[in-house]
Design a protein around this ligand. Structure first.
Ligand code: AMP
Ligand code: MG
Length: 649
């Protein structure tokens, strides 16, 4: 759709949300058309503060570099013609002039025919001399003479004045981004300050009643302001000067006052949160009153990032990023960074890209350009990109990811086995030394800690036991942690192995009932009795686990077909179960003992589960795999596991 939303649009009802969604390309084109061309402001900066800035004008060399003919070696300044006959067997003797040219000493005596002047590396070559011979090819012959055993060509070991940089030469062109090399060139010419494009001042505001700044205590239902830190850092990374103004509550009057003041004092305003067109979302309503033309795009066909709002107020860009931190980060990099860099006089970003194969199908929403974060691992024939996203709210995906791939708006999926281009978050790929794909367990971090401390890169990708087994069979990981119970044999894991895989015993995890300490309904009972007591109390609420989790099988066995209140609350992790009970959203659930103890909850043991490793035999001899096996078997590793509540096998 290409309708332009008008700034005055009001939603008739909730269904109107984002009816005028623009494609990513359309939105960016309109945003840029509203901002460019524009004059780029410039300022003088001392050299030391110009790092990363773009030069606003050409810089012409004011002097020659080097400023004089300079010796490149320690030796003697000579007339080359004197040494035409010199050789190992026929040294030529010349008289020494009565001075020594060290660095910083201007010569006072000429080098006449038949003489030489001792000179140090960096010393100015005296009048009359046209070459320097190295001290290694000479021998002193008394206090006043030297014997030279090599002929010299004219200009030998001399850097002529201006040979590096000539006075009047264009040293650096406007638009050049100043790095340490450019600073070196400028310093060599004696230039102490340069005219650079002024860094745009970018005011950064977070919005939301729930936000608390890092460092402050976290009240119930509050979350830490993540976007403020992300956006300020990303602004500074891309040529801007961020001014972070903190988090403002969702209050139209208060927010308008802060936005007005911020916009007056800066070149750009970036907010985050409150961009949905819901009742509590007020910032986009304020924008229309801040300047013309106002909102240019509200709703862009991006995933994550649909609620992005782009505006121009009297020539200044005003942006509201989506609230979810990963959405805020992606939309900022994709849509705002190009504009910011242009305003800062910087060239577009040139992110490194690599090709990789996608091992699993990635579903995608038709009509939206989708960004998918991926972890890179080394496969048998090239790089493999595993999606790491946990949904748009997950900030930790960034830490796990090496980069992202883009799924076109017109595609509804990326099929398994596709080749994709991955944009890297860092300049180079660093493939991990050890790749673990499968079920995650907090015990894993305890075992891999010594490897990480030894400088090995360990990548653990949580895809569940079955996903891990599939990856291990395809040879995409070193091993897959699994905890799969086989009903037929009544054993764990071994029945699931196939050719090429070998079982390495890991540890045992006690599964059991968690409840708040002191809850009389459960205190002192067996797991079976505790569940019976829970089912007998209609006010009692449980928390379940997701279908397919090993824990879920145990819960269903205990419930024997009952569906008590809370049964449909099915989080995907042990920690979420503990949090639900600790926060009184549920009264009981099932989790592993270490998680219950870490949350200071009561725990009734029920069944011990085997958490083992399906090792890819072909990779067994790799040093990182050996290091892992050693750490697993070591006394320290076993003690750390036991200390955390696991029972090493
Ligand atoms: P909103 O668009 O304001 O409804 O926000 C969408 C989601 O992002 C909500 O879960 C917010 O709590 C969250 N969110 C908004 N702003 C921030 C922020 N600055 N840091 C972390 N999360 C945020
Ligand atoms: Mg909000």
């Amino acid at each position: 759709m290409t309708n332009t939303p008008s700034p005055g649009d009001r939603d008739a009802n909730e269904q109107d949300q984002f009816l005028t969604i623009l494609s990513r390309e359309d939105a960016l084109a309109r945003f840029e058309a509203g901002l460019f061309p524009r004059a780029i402001a410039s300022e003088m900066r001392p050299l030391a503060e110009a790092l990363g800035c773009a030069l606003a004008e050409d810089v012409v060399a004011p002097i020659d570099v080097p400023p004089f003919d300079r010796s490149n070696v320690d030796g003697f300044a000579v007339r080359s013609a004197d040494l035409a006959a010199a050789g190992e067997a026929s040294p030529v003797r010349v008289m020494l002039n009565d001075e020594v040219i060290t660095c910083g000493t201007a010569p006072t005596r000429p080098v006449l025919s038949g003489t030489a002047t001792p000179i140090a590396t960096g010393g100015p070559v005296p009048r009359g001399a046209d070459a320097v011979v190295m001290v290694e090819h000479t021998q002193l012959a008394g206090p006043r003479a030297v014997e030279i055993r090599r002929a010299a060509s004219p200009g030998q070991f001399v850097s002529y004045a201006g040979s590096d940089i000539a006075r009047g030469e264009a040293l650096l062109r406007a638009g050049t981004v100043i790095g340490s090399r450019e600073i070196g060139m400028l310093a060599a010419c004696g230039i102490a300050q340069v005219t650079v494009a002024r860094r745009p001042r970018v005011a950064v505001i977070s919005t939301g009643d729930e936000l608390v700044q890092p460092g402050q205590p976290l009240p119930p239902a509050a979350i830490y302001d993540t976007n403020g830190a992300i956006v300020a850092a990303a602004v500074n990374e891309n040529g801007g000067e961020a001014v972070f103004l903190g988090a403002v509550a969702d209050d139209e009057e208060q927010l308008e006052a802060v936005m007005r003041k911020a916009l007056e004092a800066s070149d750009m305003l970036v907010l985050s949160g409150g961009t949905s067109k819901g009742a509590g979302d007020v910032s986009h309503r304020i924008i229309g009153r801040l300047g013309k033309p106002g909102i240019i795009a509200h709703g862009v066909a991006l995933k994550p990032g649909k609620p992005l709002c782009l505006a121009v107020c009297d020539g200044k860009p005003v942006i509201i990023l989506p609230g979810f931190p990963t959405s805020a980060m992606f939309t900022f990099h994709d849509m705002i960074v190009p504009v910011l860099r242009r305003m800062a006089g910087l060239p577009p970003r040139s992110d490194a890209k690599v090709n990789a194969r996608v091992p699993v199908r990635i579903a995608s929403e038709l009509g939206r350009t989708e960004f998918v974060m991926v972890s890179l691992v080394e496969g048998a024939d090239g790089l493999i990109a595993y999606p790491t996203g946990k949904g748009s709210g997950a900030i930790t995906s960034f830490a796990q990811a090496d980069g992202f791939l883009r799924i076109d708006a017109l595609a509804d999926q990326m099929p398994a086995g596709s080749e994709a281009e991955v944009t890297l978050f860092t300049p180079h790929v660093r493939v991990p030394d050890l790749v673990i794909v499968g079920s995650h367990c907090t015990g894993l971090d305890l075992v891999t800690a010594p490897l990480a401390h030894a400088g090995l890169v360990v990548r653990s990708i949580a895809v569940g036991s079955l996903g891990g087994l599939a990856a291990a069979k395809r040879g995409e990981c070193d091993f897959a942690p699994i905890h799969l119970f086989d009903e037929k044999t009544g054993t764990y894991n071994t029945p699931y192995l196939s050719d090429g895989l070998e079982l390495v015993p890991g540890w045992r995890r006690m599964q059991g009932i968690v409840f708040r300490k002191g809850d009389r309904r459960f205190e002192g009972l067996s797991a079976e009795d505790a569940v019976r007591a829970a089912l007998a109390d209609p006010a009692c609420i449980m928390v379940n686990r997701n279908q397919g989790a090993g824990t879920r099988i145990l819960i269903d066995r205990l419930l024997g077909g009952a569906r008590p209140d809370g049964y449909w609350n099915q989080p995907r992790s042990h920690n979420a179960v503990a949090a639900a009970v600790a926060q009184h959203r549920a009264d009981w659930g099932m989790t592993i003992a270490p998680v219950a103890h870490a949350s200071n909850l009561g725990f009734i043991p029920f069944a011990e589960e085997h958490y083992d490793f399906a090792l890819v035999k072909a990779r067994k001899q790799r040093p990182a795999v050996q290091a892992f096996l050693n750490a697993l078997a070591s006394d320290e590793g076993r003690a750390a596991l036991a200390q955390a509540g696991f029972r090493p096998a």
